[in-house]
Ligand binder design. Structure first.
Ligand code: AMP
Length: 216
């Protein structure tokens, strides 16, 4: 399956992608994770992206598109992939179409995780992540076994700078302006499936299973 997960920040894209990946040999490409790794390693891309990310703004399309080109060419695309956090603008979506066309591949589904703005603010201000492996925790619903320490890798658990409330509001505004138009774009192609982002963490996985069954 070649799948895109879209939805506002905090809709659960990372969590849902991890569930989907657990059951399949499928690459998970999260542009946010790749960018954060670049910032951590102070690469040229990371240095350029950092100020946009800290302000809750989108990193320029050209940087993201060339980053995705490199990633897609490095994986076995035929086996399938989950794109998490990409595309985020119409220009990125169109560039992805061209890239996939060039590889004679098409998308199977675009899963839209829906959640209200207040739901996003509540969830993101409670979110914590592992600095090393990006595992996701929540101060209310998912605490690590040892305070401040990641269960999976022992890394330090932190709050992302862009998960502070003022930045969350900015990220939401960016989502509504730049990313929400993708809903219509993919709906028009008959690829869009709506999922309740406030519901259970494996709803995307369940939806994908039924799509796979329908495709045989
Ligand atoms: P995320 O972890 O997906 O919420 O992404 C964190 C931040 O990385 C976003 O707020 C953006 O600044 C940047 N980012 C991630 N993916 C993209 C993308 N496809 N286009 C532009 N900026 C992105």
């Amino acid at each position: 399956m070649r799948v895109i997960l879209i939805g506002p920040p905090g809709a659960g894209k990372g969590t849902q992608a991890a569930r989907i990946r657990e059951k399949r040999e499928i690459a998970h490409i999260s542009t946010g994770d790749i960018l954060r790794e670049n910032v951590r390693n102070a690469t040229a891309l990371g240095i350029e992206a950092k100020s946009f990310m800290e302000a809750g703004r989108l990193v320029p399309d050209e940087l993201i598109i060339s980053m995705i080109k490199v990633r897609l060419s490095a994986i076995e695309t035929a086996k399938g992939f989950i794109l998490d956090g990409f595309p985020r603008t119409l220009r990125q979506a169109e560039a992805l179409d061209v890239l996939l066309d060039g590889m004679s591949l098409c998308l199977d589904a675009v899963l839209l995780l829906e959640i209200t703005d207040d739901g996003v603010v509540r969830r993101l201000s409670n979110r914590r992540v592992c600095r090393l492996c990006n595992a996701i925790y929540n101060v209310v619903t998912r605490l690590p076994m040892k305070e401040g320490v990641c269960d999976a890798c022992g890394g330090e658990i932190i709050q992302r700078d862009d998960d502070k409330e003022s930045v969350i509001r900015d990220r939401l505004a960016v989502y509504h302006e730049r990313t929400a138009p993708l809903v219509e774009y993919y709906d028009g192609k008959g690829l869009l499936y709506r999922i309740d982002g406030a519901g259970q963490p494996d709803t995307a996985e369940a939806r994908l299973e039924s799509l796979e069954a329908a495709k045989g």
